[in-house]
Design a protein around this ligand. Structure first.
Ligand SMILES: [Zn+2]
Length: 132
């Protein structure tokens, strides 16, 4: 198992704690250490109040970033997983709002589950915020 898969498995464990119908979990990793975890929660946060975000909740990847030390986010990796009712992994590609926030947090890359055996990658740069 690659280290990416190991962290995605951790994100899947966290997703299983979510009370949503769509269960998402995320972990923030920096220098091979998990520095933040989160699942999607039904709580509004000013950062999620952007046009296009109709979910009125904090997405797992952002919850994980907010749980991590703020100065630890630069250059970090975020792993996002979604699990279905039967425990199988499903597509967890970060939405545009989360992409935007993670780029601002200077997250380097996000890895997300596609299904049980596949994962995808989003590159935000080398720890520099994308120009928006
Ligand atoms: Zn999102």
């Amino acid at each position: 198992m690659s280290r990416h898969e190991a962290y995605l498995n951790k994100a899947r464990e966290i997703a299983s704690l979510s009370h949503f119908r769509i269960r998402m979990g995320a972990v923030v990793v920096r220098q091979h250490r998990v520095i933040g975890t989160g699942n999607n929660v039904l709580k509004s946060h000013p950062m999620m109040h952007k046009p296009g975000n109709f979910f009125r909740c904090i997405h797992a990847e952002i919850a994980a970033c907010l749980n991590a030390p703020r100065d630890g986010l630069a250059g970090s990796l975020v792993y996002v997983a979604r699990i279905l009712k039967n425990g199988n992994a499903a597509l967890a590609k970060p939405c545009e709002v989360c992409d935007d926030l993670m780029a601002r947090f200077m997250v380097r890359r996000a890895y997300y589950t596609v299904d049980n055996t596949t994962f995808g990658e989003v590159r935000y740069g080398q720890g520099f915020p994308r120009l928006i």
